[in-house]
Ligand binder design. Structure first.
Ligand SMILES: *Cc1c(COP(=O)(O)O)cnc(C)c1O
Length: 380
C-alpha cells in the first residue's frame, strides 16, 4: 500500500481496459508512457504512434486526417494557428535562397508573414496580381519554388481559376499552395484541382464557433511529412484540447455552411437593391453549392461610416469571421492595417469598406439589422 503523498500523485487507474466512449477522448497529456526499453524502441521502429505531444497526439492527428479527408488529400497536419500552418507549408517547399510568388490581395496576417518574416529565413517573396496569370508567369525566376494564393480572397472575395494556376506551376515545375479558409472544402477542394498544399485557418469555418485558434495543412504524404517535421522541430503543434474542439466543430461543417451560404446569398441580393450601398462584393462562381458566407459592402459615398457601425443593433464589430453569429469587420483598421497606402488603393480597401461574416441566424433578422443601420446612417 502506497502512502498518502504517493497516492496523491499516482491516482489509481483501471489498467488496460478499453473504454468505448462514443466520441474520441481528449488525450490531454504532454507525453505517453512505455513499459520497458523494448516498448520504447517500438516507437522508433514505427510500431507505436505516440511518444511526446509536440511530436504527435491522437487529437491533433484526428484533426489533420479529418480535414485531409474532406479535402480529398492523403495527408494532413494540424498546427497552432492558420499562420503557422502557412509557415510550415512554405518551409516544406522553400528554403534559404528560394523565391515565392504570392498574390497581392492575401489575408493581412499572411502578408506580414510573407513580406517580413520569411525574409529573415532567407526566402524572397514577391507579390503579383493573380488575376493576370501572364504577370505571374513573367515574375517566375530560376529560384522560384512556390505559387501562393487564396481560393476566395479577403475582403473583396476575388476568385481565380485554380486549374490555370496549377497548369502554370507545372509548366515551370513549381509547387502550388492555396489558402482555402474562406471557401472551406464544403465549397471548394483545391487539392482535387491539382494544388499541392491546401491550408486552413481552422480558427474560422472549420472550427466554426470562434473558440479556438488552429491551422491545418493538407497535401500528399511527402510534402505534409516535411511540414510535420517542421511542426515538431519549430514547435508549432496544436494543443490536444483545441484539436478536440475543432474536430467537434467539423461535425457540423456541412449544416453550418449550408445555412451560412443561404443567408449570405439572401443578404447580398437584398443589399444590392439598397440605395445606401455603393457596391456589394459577393462572388458568383465559387461552387454549385453556393458562393461563401462573406459579403463585403462599400458605403464610402453613401453613408456616415461611424454612424453605420453605431447603428448595428445586435451585430458586433469583431476582427475575425466565420462564427455562427453574424459579425462585421473593418479591414482598413484591422486585417489590412499593415498594408502600404498604394496597396490599399490598388486593392480597393476604402474607408467605407465593411466585411460582413454572415451567421446562421434567421435571414430576415440579419437583413433587418443591416437595413436599419443603413437607413440610419444614409447621408441623403
Ligand atoms: C484568419 C486567417 C488566416 C490566419 O489564421 P490564424 O488562425 O489567425 O493564424 C489566414 N488566412 C485567412 C484567409 C484567414 O482568414
Amino acid at each position: 500500500m502506497k502512502r498518502f503523498d504517493t497516492q496523491a500523485v499516482h491516482l489509481s487507474k483501471k489498467k488496460s481496459q478499453s473504454i468505448d466512449s462514443k466520441v474520441t477522448p481528449i488525450y490531454q497529456t504532454s507525453a505517453f508512457k512505455y513499459k520497458d526499453l523494448d516498448d520504447l524502441e517500438s516507437f522508433y521502429q514505427g510500431e507505436k504512434d505516440y511518444l511526446y505531444t509536440r511530436v504527435g497526439n491522437p487529437n491533433t492527428d484526428e484533426l489533420g486526417q479529418a480535414v485531409a479527408q474532406l479535402e480529398g488529400a492523403p495527408s494532413g497536419v494540424a498546427t497552432s494557428s492558420g499562420l503557422s500552418a502557412i509557415l510550415v507549408g512554405i518551409l516544406a517547399v522553400a528554403k534559404q535562397g528560394d523565391h515565392v510568388l504570392a498574390s497581392t490581395d492575401i489575408y493581412g496576417g499572411t502578408y506580414q508573414l510573407l513580406a517580413h518574416e520569411l525574409k529573415d529565413f532567407g526566402i524572397d517573396v514577391s507579390f503579383v496580381n493573380f488575376e493576370d496569370l501572364n504577370q505571374v508567369e513573367s515574375n517566375v525566376r530560376p529560384n522560384t519554388k512556390l505559387l501562393y494564393s487564396e481560393s476566395v480572397t479577403n475582403p473583396l472575395l476575388r476568385t481565380e481559376s485554380l486549374k490555370e494556376v496549377v497548369e502554370l506551376a507545372r509548366k515551370h515545375r513549381l509547387k502550388t499552395m492555396i489558402d482555402n479558409t474562406f471557401a472551406t472544402p464544403y465549397l471548394c477542394r483545391p487539392y482535387e484541382d491539382g494544388v499541392d498544399l491546401v491550408v486552413h485557418s481552422a480558427t474560422k469555418y472549420i472550427g466554426g464557433h470562434s473558440d479556438i485558434t488552429a491551422g491545418v495543412l493538407v497535401g500528399n504524404e511527402e510534402l505534409v511529412g516535411k511540414a510535420k517535421t517542421k511542426v515538431v522541430n519549430i514547435g508549432t503543434n496544436l494543443s490536444p484540447f483545441e484539436a478536440w474542439l475543432t474536430c467537434r466543430g467539423i461535425k457540423t461543417l456541412s449544416v453550418r455552411m449550408e445555412r451560412h451560404v443561404k443567408n449570405a446569398q439572401y443578404l447580398a441580393d437584398s443589399l444590392k437593391e439598397h440605395k445606401a450601398v455603393d457596391k456589394v462584393y459577393y462572388p458568383t462562381n465559387v461552387s454549385d453549392r453556393g458562393n461563401g458566407a462573406i459579403v463585403t459592402i462599400d458605403i464610402t459615398n453613401s453613408c456616415d461610416v461611424d454612424k453605420f457601425f453605431k447603428s448595428l443593433s445586435w451585430v458586433n464589430i469583431v476582427p475575425t469571421l466565420a462564427g455562427v453569429e453574424t459579425t462585421v469587420s473593418y479591414p482598413l483598421s484591422t486585417s489590412h492595417r499593415a498594408l502600404p497606402e498604394e496597396s490599399l488603393k490598388e486593392l480597393g480597401i476604402t474607408k467605407g469598406l465593411i466585411r460582413i461574416s454572415v451567421g446562421i441566424e434567421d435571414q430576415e433578422d440579419i437583413l433587418k439589422a443591416f437595413v436599419d443601420a443603413l437607413d440610419q446612417s444614409y447621408l441623403n
